[in-house]
Design a binder for this molecule. Structure first.
Ligand SMILES: [Fe+2]
Ligand SMILES: [Fe+2]
Length: 320
């Protein structure tokens, strides 16, 4: 490893912060906490549902469909994050007991999050009134991801956890008055626990890389890139499912031109929300550059490919 420029997170400090956050799934969702379908569930910045040609009612339906896929996609990625963290905790033993406790708490929270997203999805399906589909099956996606090196999967996890911080801090906070209060509660409570996870991921990446040579680190970056390309294809498949769900919900078939335009805007929106938001996060970039500056250059190059016609976001991918 090169000299670390990553902040020195400490397990006792993370445990202290984790202890301050305490909630149960039942506090956030249940029969007495219905979702308000008269309001958007996610901020426009995250879903880009206000597309020319869609009425206000149709844009709201697309916002809800994107919120359903948000639940589905987070549930899905947590199905590979959970075994990664459990396996990492197993390697630690009891020497640094604060570290072991922190990762076991992380795993317990991720299983709680899977249950949270599933219960919100059930409430969504009961209230939306139209079938929405998600890519999968989740186990097949988790199996593909977990077939790569642990460090490659840990880098993807680091990307996802910092991306989640960005979603809340840059898009949701400050918008709560306009959004469904239950969905806001989900986003806020998830963000509160992910703040600890992101720091633990940074420590996990650092600790995994310590015993690896430069070839193994380069291979892990290649694994990260392969998983990100795979997820990009999954997100594009999700856009097709979303458009079909939208046609079903608004009882209107799009022309080829309308469908192409919605597909173009939504593919870009998913890439920005789920891929670029993680790849360009300063803390993710710092962690990767501490392992390999050339590795981050490769990640930046993939980001440029995703955003080849969006110069403002491309500038965030420079390595300096
Ligand atoms: Fe989570
Ligand atoms: Fe997490």
């Amino acid at each position: 490893m090169t000299a670390a420029t990553v902040p020195k997170y400490s397990y006792p400090a993370i445990l202290k912060d984790a202890a301050r956050v305490s909630w149960q799934v039942e506090d956030l969702i249940g029969p007495h906490r219905p979702l308000d379908f008269a309001r958007p569930f996610l901020p426009e910045a995250l879903v880009q549902a206000q597309i020319p040609g869609l009425s206000a009612r149709e844009s709201l339906a697309l916002n809800h469909i994107r919120s359903h896929s948000y639940l589905h996609l987070f549930g899905l990625v947590e199905e590979f994050i959970l075994p990664l963290v459990v396996d990492h905790a197993k390697t630690l033993g009891c020497d640094d007991i604060a570290a072991t406790q922190a990762y076991l708490g992380f795993a317990a929270e991720e299983s709680k999050h899977i249950r949270l997203f599933r219960q919100f999805a059930t409430a969504f399906e009961a209230g939306f009134g139209h079938r929405c589909e998600g890519i999968g099956p989740p186990q097949a996606i988790a199996d593909f991801v977990l077939s790569h090196s642990p460090l490659g999967v840990a880098l993807v996890t680091l990307h996802i956890e910092w991306m989640t911080q960005r979603h809340f801090l840059e898009s949701v906070r400050g918008q709560q008055d306009d959004l469904d209060p239950q969905f806001c509660r989900l986003l806020k409570h998830h963000w509160q626990e992910e703040a600890q996870h992101a720091r633990l991921d940074a420590l996990m990446v650092e600790s995994m890389a310590q015993s690896l040579g430069s070839d193994a680190i380069a291979a892990a970056v290649d694994d990260y890139l392969a998983i990100i390309r795979y997820l990009d294809q999954g997100l594009k498949a999700q856009v097709q499912l979303d458009i079909t769900s939208l046609e079903r919900a608004i009882r209107r078939k799009f022309s080829i031109t309308e469908r192409d335009e919605i597909q173009r805007i939504q593919e870009r929106s998913y890439q920005n929300a789920f891929l670029i938001a993680g790849m360009t996060h300063p803390s993710f970039k710092q962690s990767v550059q501490a392992l390999s500056a050339a590795g981050y250059d490769q990640i930046a190059a993939l980001g440029h490919d995703f955003l080849s016609d969006d110069n403002s976001l491309c500038s965030e991918l420079t390595t300096q």
